[in-house]
Design a protein around this ligand. Sequence first.
Ligand code: 6PG
Length: 243
Amino acid sequence: MSVKLNIANSEAEVLTSLADFFIAKGNEAITAHGRFSVSLSGGSSPKKLYELLASAQYKNQLDWTKVDLFFGDERNVPQDHKDSNYLMAKIALFDPLNIPKENIFAVNTSSGPEGASKEYTVTINNYFKGEDAVFDLVLLGLGDNSHTASLFPHTPILHDRSSSVQEVYLHDQQVFRISMTARMINQAKHIAFLVYGEGKAIAVHHVLEDAEDIQEYPAQLIRKDDDVQWFLDEAAASKLEKK
Ligand SMILES: O=C(O)[C@H](O)[C@@H](O)[C@H](O)[C@H](O)COP(=O)(O)O
């Protein structure tokens, strides 16, 4: 089984291609079951995607009152901190589109590592009424060390087979993040990676083409099938042998 590669000439084209995909999956989900549940990725790459979705070019292509927004991972910072994935999405997407508060499911990082991960697991399970958490779409990025969400190399979460949200300790336990496990992500109907820039090319090759080594290349934990799409620019795809 392999993934679907969408390789564009430029960053702008990648963003447009993924925005079109997002809108198409959103309308499909709303037609099928009345809602569109999305897990957002954080970091710097997706900010431009969220700004594009909130722009005049896209904002009227989807009924945003029927979109429920979650986070695949979050940093150990307050929701008004510059590093917060929630704050980035609030500024780029939620505020410009006036997303109703009840449709935004943020991580309560004020509860500390364990509290926040347990609470968020409950939030997600309640949303899915105790059934398996099956997001209509999970957006992911890729770090240059081949992590995705906060599935970082050599961390215990890589062995967690539960469908849940766990705390991830980094830098000798000094910093923590909250992340969905690979299993929760892999349950999604659709998964879309957004990766652009030369700096990610080696990681893209490791994850998609190297022999399995999930400790070194955790994003290899994410399933590979036709419902997993990689949106790449030429630069990020430049080290791929098979395109
Ligand atoms: O919280 C986060 O940082 C993300 O969820 C993380 O997995 C991100 O997608 C990668 O680190 C790539 O980040 P950039 O897009 O900033 O390179």
